[in-house]
Design a protein around this ligand. Sequence first.
Ligand SMILES: [Zn+2]
Length: 125
Amino acid sequence: MTLKEAQSIIDDLAREFNVSSPTVRFKRRRNGRAARRSDYDGSIPRINLAGWEVSVGAVLHEFAHHMHGAVGWEAHNIIFYWHLTEIIDYYFNGDFAKYPWEMEYKYGQKFFQQVLIPLWLEEVL
Ligand SMILES: [Zn+2]
């Protein structure tokens, strides 16, 4: 994905959810190689993506941090995953299985299996 494509997804999400649009950049290590993980810097606010091969999943995940307004490992709580659910609902048109849940933290994978799938099957979502 190019930087332009990533920024255009973010701008579209920002419009849809009526929030400001964070700047996207590709994060590099000092040796010039792509960083290992994408992250969100809430103070700027900016989404740092880990290089060209970044997935849509990483873009949506980092935008969920922007909506949640919290950062750090402990920010991956149920509120974060509800924000992510709204984003996935919009981006994948309600097909929650299209999101790469296997790249999520264990808690996120549990949320998908134990909360999202049952609600989805009951057509609550
Ligand atoms: Zn995260």
